[in-house]
Design a protein around this ligand. Structure first.
Ligand code: CO8
Length: 300
């Protein structure tokens, strides 16, 4: 289990990393990334860390649609873990370097006509990403600069705050039922923790993809801004979050999220088993095949 997660998961309502606050102290972040350090470029994620503000920007850059395949999932988790351990980093903005797309969600090809062993490995990587992101002690903000269905929505709602491009063509939601599959309970829990039970029930049952304005109305995102201001607005918002007492914020986050995280932690293997036996069913594979075909036909 990742260090970051252990820290947040074990965090009670007292005594969580008091030195973090005293080391950094509250401060504001007026503007994004002017002096960058420790920047690294890997194949699917680019990281810009500004030590003067303590803010890193993670740019997903996996064309054509940032679909979360095993490589991207693994790199995402590793990158986040490194930032968690970097004492100069206090907040992460997650965004996309691709036009019009935040992330197309889980890569369907990882679940379609692959072996049960591969599906299991893939699902563990999905769990790992969520556990690390939802449980991160860092402040996390999604700068959603394009469409964000299914797993893309999960990444977004696992962050502390969401800024989305004000474009009705961009959509976000957990649309799993449209693929003939079922969002796992921890996807559902994360959504319910964000928008409430009844809205989640409707959203999941109907596989609803909300346009950006609709997403704002139901509280699925927190703020809409013009497309070219999404990352900068996220950075300004980050400044407000980083001005809060670090220890108090982290303990509060742990208090809100720990029960949801613990539910999966105590049940990980069964969750992998359930996923593999569900996704490898002939009827589910047929639905995925039809959905992939529909995506291709839509082009023509
Ligand atoms: N996985 C794999 N390939 C994808 C995916 C994906 N999620 N999304 C798009 N692609 C492929 C397309 O098939 C296409 O391939 P090709 O070029 O070979 O024809 C290519 O990416 C480009 O796609 P588009 O032409 O559709 O690109 P657009 O810019 O027109 O549209 C969208 C981008 C809006 C993202 C659109 O591609 C889309 O709607 N994609 C599908 C999104 C989706 O429904 N994702 C759900 C994934 S499932 C998930 O995340 C949670 C699963 C939980 C499982 C639980 C089971 C128990």
């Amino acid at each position: 289990m990742a260090n970051a997660l252990r820290r947040l998961s074990k965090c009670g309502v007292a005594g969580f990393l008091p030195q973090v606050f005293s080391r950094h102290g509250p401060r504001t972040l007026p503007h994004l990334v002017c002096q960058k350090r420790n920047n690294s470029t890997s194949s699917k994620i680019k990281v810009d860390l500004d030590p003067s503000t303590g803010v890193a920007v993670m740019w997903m850059q996996s064309p054509p649609v940032n679909s979360l395949n095993l490589d991207l999932l693994t790199e995402f988790t590793t990158t986040l873990e490194k930032l968690e351990m970097d004492k100069s980093c206090r907040g992460v903005i997650i965004t996309s370097s691709l036009p019009k797309i935040f992330s197309a969600g889980l890569d369907i090809l990882e679940m379609y006509q692959t072996s049960p062993e591969h599906c299991g490995e893939f699902w563990k990587a999905v769990q790992e990403l969520w556990l690390n992101l939802y449980g991160s002690k860092l402040t996390t903000i999604a700068a959603i600069n394009g469409s964000s269905p299914a797993g893309g929505c999960l990444v977004s709602i696992s962050c502390d705050y969401r800024v989305m491009a004000d474009n009705p063509r961009y959509s976000i939601g957990l649309n799993e039922t449209l693929l003939g599959i079922v969002a796992p309970y921890w996807f559902k829990d994360t959504m319910a923790n964000t928008v409430g039970h009844r809205t989640t029930e409707l959203a999941l049952a109907l596989g609803k993809l909300y346009s950006a304005p609709e997403a704002l109305t139901i509280g699925l995102v927190d703020e809409l801004v013009p497309e070219d201001q999404v990352v900068n607005t996220a950075a300004q918002t980050m400044g407000k979050w980083l001005a809060i007492d670090e220890h108090a914020r982290q303990v509060t986050k742990a208090m809100m999220r720990k029960p949801t995280i613990d539910k999966l932690l105590s049940n990980r293997e069964a969750d992998v088993h359930n996923f593999v036996s569900f996704i490898t069913q002939a009827s589910v594979q047929k639905s995925l095949g039809m959905y992939l075909k529909m995506l291709k036909n839509r082009k023509g």
